[in-house]
Design a protein around this ligand. Structure first.
Ligand code: DGL
Length: 266
């Protein structure tokens, strides 16, 4: 396989990275893509940075062994704590989700107030505020961790009374703060978008998936690695625990069959 036809590798702690997969697949239909969800160890967002780092190196190594040409860290928690370290360890292009998300939110806000929601580890790291500041913006950032969102999504409870109650409880603080933009700083949260939007009213919701897909395309063009194949690219899925729930929630979200899914051990 030459570098054009090598796959893009995407990983997340679980199902949430499919939000990024979906955008990359739709923007780059000719690319072969390998997705890894570390479903046996999700959630990462409640673990220490050291543990998240170790898990993320194992995911990276697995994908490198699949001869990927580009790595997408489709997990905010990993992007927040170990992206720099991953970049140092690999010789292929890498993109995370924090930079693209921060850029999108900074250009969306009009009143210079952004709410950010994410896992405990992501919010504690202040990675988004740092990224927004590093881009030279003077924007007030208010972060809130929403640890119950991930289990809701993994369970497929993305609508209905329970989802709404949990969303209302976590987002009350951000509503009070008056931000006009809410950044979904966790790859799982776009699956709760409908309820989040209902609760937040006319606040603009931003997720990093589309921006990340654009960053992937740009990297491929820059590195002259875009797939030359005119046929549709292949998609392969790997998980580290039994695939049933991943398949049912994933297919509902992607609105297509997931097809072959392989269970592996890292
Ligand atoms: N995918 C993770 C993220 O984007 C959320 C799930 C987890 O905690 O592992 O932060």
């Amino acid at each position: 396989m030459n570098s054009h036809e090598q796959p893009i590798g995407i990983f997340d702690s679980g199902i949430g990275g499919l939000t990024v997969f979906k955008e990359v697949r739709s923007l780059l239909p000719g690319e072969n893509i390998i997705y890894l969800g570390d479903t046996a160890r999700v959630p990462y967002g409640t673990r220490s940075p050291e543990t998240v780092m170790r898990y993320s190196f194992e995911c990276t190594e697995f994908l490198l062994n699949q001869s990927i040409k580009l790595l997408v860290v489709a997990c905010n928690t990993v992007s927040a704590v170990s992206l720099d370290e991953i970049c140092k360890r690999v010789s292929i292009p890498v993109t995370g989700v924090i930079g693209p998300g921060a850029r999108a939110a900074a250009s969306a806000t009009k009143n210079k107030k952004i709410g950010i929601i994410g896992t405990e580890t992501t919010i504690k790291s202040s990675a988004y505020s740092k990224a927004i500041r590093a881009m030279g913006h003077d924007i007030e950032v208010h972060g809130v961790a929403c640890p119950l969102f991930v289990p809701l999504v993994e369970e497929g409870w993305t609508e209905g009374a329970i989802a709404r109650m949990v969303v209302e409880r976590y987002l009350a603080e951000i509503k009070d703060n008056g931000a006009d933009t809410l950044l979904l700083g966790c790859t799982h949260y776009p699956l709760l978008k409908k309820v989040i939007q209902e609760v937040m009213g006319d606040v603009r919701l931003v997720d990093s998936a589309i921006e990340t897909a654009l960053a992937v395309k740009q990297l491929l063009v820059e590195k002259k690695m875009t797939a030359m194949n005119s046929a549709a690219g292949t998609s392969r899925f790997f998980v580290t625990d039994s695939p049933e729930k991943f398949i049912s929630v994933g297919e509902r979200f992607l609105e297509t069959k997931i097809g072959t899914i392989e269970k592996i051990q890292l």
